[in-house]
Design a protein around this ligand. Structure first.
Ligand code: SF4
Ligand code: SF4
Ligand code: SF4
Length: 292
């Protein structure tokens, strides 16, 4: 626990300094308003007197990069944003997609995870425990773990197991999963890369997706959103965490990630800031195996 206490101390000191010397107008971070809460709440700190609201612990799941595209947040002025290494990948994609104003980029406060991260499933195959591009990286007393690449076999182990099943079983699995969808759109709201001003699910002239929670509508929604995130999803796992129907979206996201990595010369969204996204870029090396 000592380690995390030290992180919190440094974090609050950095935030206090940035707000006091007016480097930023707001610090967006995680906070635990009550000790009982199981998930940290996003907090927006505008005064150096309120930095005690900021926290860092095993409850800090949310990917706060999702706020970077919200117009209400843009209106707040200069922003400092807390990110974990996994969240930071979303900023890389947002930059490539011109969603971050280069004249007013966020000041990024990176938090280095402990060796075992927050202890959730995705942390076991994470290879960015330490933010790579943040303006400041805060760590505690324990040595910062290295960003050791995780072999693809391990990252896609769950998917490989699933793919061993016959096609009809896999289809039946997904039909059953999406049948439970209640169309709350929490998956979209929490996703840093679902930033469309008007989502296709809201369009009604013509209506692209049946808006009621029917098997057909749910299937269209699930598959359409998956296509929109293909080659872009950074695997932060937030959509899975917030889904009230406990739909295994992480398995679907793994499938998207695997397709991008296989088809586009090892492309992994958010890993390389100098590399063009898979969507919208063309390379003669593309395998095009999916074009029949
Ligand atoms: S689709 Fe899910 S896992 Fe992928 S970036 Fe969005 S919230 Fe994160
Ligand atoms: S599901 Fe598609 S259209 Fe809707 S917000 Fe996400 S990317 Fe945009
Ligand atoms: S969060 Fe789950 S239940 Fe809600 S729309 Fe997304 S998939 Fe459906």
């Amino acid at each position: 626990m000592k380690n995390r206490e030290e992180v919190v101390e440094k974090l609050r000191a950095s935030a206090r300094e940035m707000l006091s010397n007016k480097t930023v107008d707001v610090v967006i971070g995680w906070g635990c308003v009550t000790p009982e809460q199981t998930v940290a709440t996003p907090v927006f700190v505008k005064s150096p007197d309120d930095v005690e609201l900021l926290d860092w612990n095993e409850k800090c799941y949310g990917n706060l990069a999702a706020y970077m595209t919200r117009k209400e947040v843009r209106a707040l002025g200069r922003v400092a944003l807390m990110v974990k290494g996994c969240d930071e990948k979303a900023l890389v994609v947002l930059r490539r997609e011109s969603q971050i104003d280069p004249s007013n980029p966020p000041r990024v406060i990176g938090i280095a995870c402990d060796e075992d991260g927050l202890g959730c499933a995705k942390c076991g195959t994470c290879d960015v425990h330490v933010p790579r591009f943040a303006d400041i990286v805060i760590s505690g007393v324990t040595p910062v773990p290295e960003n050791v690449p995780v072999p693809a076999e391990k990252r896609y182990e769950r998917l490989s197991e699933f793919m061993k099943q016959p096609r009809e079983n896999r289809l039946a699995f997904w039909m059953k999963e999406f049948d439970r969808c209640i169309r709350c759109y929490a998956c979209r709201q929490v996703c840093p890369l679902c930033y469309c001003e008007r989502c296709i699910a809201e369009r009604n002239k013509p209506q692209a997706i049946d808006s009621s929670a029917t098997p057909r509508g749910n299937w269209s929604w699930g598959i359409t959103r998956a296509f929109h995130l293909a080659g872009r999803c950074i695997g932060c796992g937030e959509c899975t965490r917030v889904c009230p129907a406990e739909i295994d979206l992480s398995l679907l996201n793994l499938s998207l990630a695997n397709a991008a990595e296989r088809s586009f010369e090892g492309f992994r969204p958010g890993m390389d800031p100098d590399r063009e996204g898979a969507v919208g870029a063309y390379s003669r090396g593309d395998s095009e195996e999916f074009i029949r």
